[in-house]
Design a binder for this molecule. Structure first.
Ligand SMILES: [Zn+2]
Length: 384
């Protein structure tokens, strides 16, 4: 808890209130929104990274021991996983809708919590995401990173057994659950937008201040404030249409299986020097935080979907699902989301599936029965 209390020390909210209030024009709505987002961020920090001294990435505190203290870490739907691109199910999901991603926050803080570097924001407009595999609106909580000792590994999810040097996780909680803490009690409580990084020959200018600030938070529990807060969009890749999605867990204790993962295919580019700056951070014991990724977990019975703009042929859909005459966009995460069926609206296409299937299969069965009867009759007549 120590690691998480520091950023919540009032540093963020007080400096924001004085500065923001003096700036005028913010009004009550913005303040409330900003504070709500800050509180949510603190909550998810204390939950997602709670008991900071209780886990690490090596030795007795390493990932293979997390399950001794956190039961969920031994669950069957854990993250990260290796995504085999030949095994994914191609789908045309509804568009993801991003709101507030292009708004520069009023204040953005960077904190080394001993396990990673976490970015919290206060903004007039709380970023939200909906659509795609998501049912409902998800609200921004925080973002953070995972990296490795060198450029050949560091990401958590793998694609075709390939690890990227670094991975960005942008954590959102489902708005109807009010905050990240209560969202952890629901299987659809969180979504994480994940982006991989790849090494480019030149610096990414959108990360310049970010990388500079890392030098101010080398020690665990240190925070720094952006002079020019970037919008979320500034930090991301451009292609937000092609992504993998599956149901999994937090990749740190308590490993709650409440996360809809959305892994974008297009990586973000950073130079080697920019990624190297993350490796200079220190953990709680003052040791270099050179790696902070969890090994991949068994995929089990899960199916990873890949959203594409290619038209999916009906025959591919029929392999696992009965006919859906009106379109590919009905092929959503229904199998994995069956627990929340009762929450689906009558408009939900997956609810339309069953009556339609019943209508299309019964006449076929009846025809076969009649055919068999006719054959039997003919055989009887011939024998006679
Ligand atoms: Zn993460």
């Amino acid at each position: 808890m120590k690691a998480t209390d520091r950023p919540a020390n009032g540093y963020c909210s007080r400096s924001y209130r004085r500065g923001g209030g003096g700036g005028g024009g913010g009004g009550g709505r913005g303040s409330v929104s900003g504070n709500v987002m800050l509180i949510a961020s603190i909550l998810v920090l204390s939950v997602h990274y709670g008991h900071a001294q209780d886990f690490g990435y090596d030795g007795a505190k390493g990932p293979s021991h997390w399950g001794e203290q956190y039961n969920s870490c031994t669950g069957k739907h854990q993250s990260p996983i290796n995504i085999n691109s030949l095994d994914v199910k191609k789908v045309n999901l509804p568009p993801l809708v991003f709101q507030g991603f292009d708004v520069a926050p009023r204040e953005t803080n960077l904190t080394n919590n001993g396990h990673t570097v976490v970015v919290t924001m206060e903004s007039e407009v709380t970023p939200t995401v909906t659509g795609g595999p998501l049912k409902g609106v998800y609200e921004y909580s925080q973002l953070h990173f995972h990296w490795g000792d060198n450029d050949t590994f560091g990401s958590e999810d793998m694609i075709d057994n390939h690890r990227f040097p670094m991975e960005l996780h942008i954590v959102f909680f489902k708005q109807e659950y009010k905050n990240a803490r209560t969202a952890l009690n629901h299987p659809d409580g969180l979504t994480v937008l994940a982006f991989f990084y790849e090494i480019a020959p030149i610096d990414n200018p959108m990360y310049t201040e970010f990388i500079e600030l890392l030098g101010n938070v080398t020690g665990s529990h240190l925070s720094a404030r952006f002079d020019t807060p970037p919008s979320l969009k500034d930090l991301l890749a451009e292609d937000l249409l092609h992504y993998y999605t599956y149901d999994g867990s937090l990749t740190t204790p308590p490993c709650s299986e409440v996360v809809t993962w959305i892994d974008f295919k297009e990586p973000i580019l950073l130079s080697h020097a920019q990624v190297q700056a993350f490796r200079a951070l220190e953990d709680e014991e003052g040791h270099p935080l050179t790696h902070n990724f969890r090994p991949v977990q068994p995929i089990g019975d899960r199916v990873v979907l890949f959203n594409t703009d290619e038209m999916i042929k009906q025959v591919e859909l029929d392999e696992e699902h009965p006919p859906e005459p009106e379109g590919v966009d009905t092929n959503k995460l229904e199998p994995a989301k069956s627990a929340s069926d009762e929450a689906k609206s009558p408009k939900d296409p997956s609810n339309r599936k069953h009556p339609r299937n019943a209508a299309s299969t019964l006449p076929g069965a009846a025809r076969w029965t009649l055919f068999a009867l006719a054959l039997a009759l003919i055989a009887q007549v011939v024998r006679c």
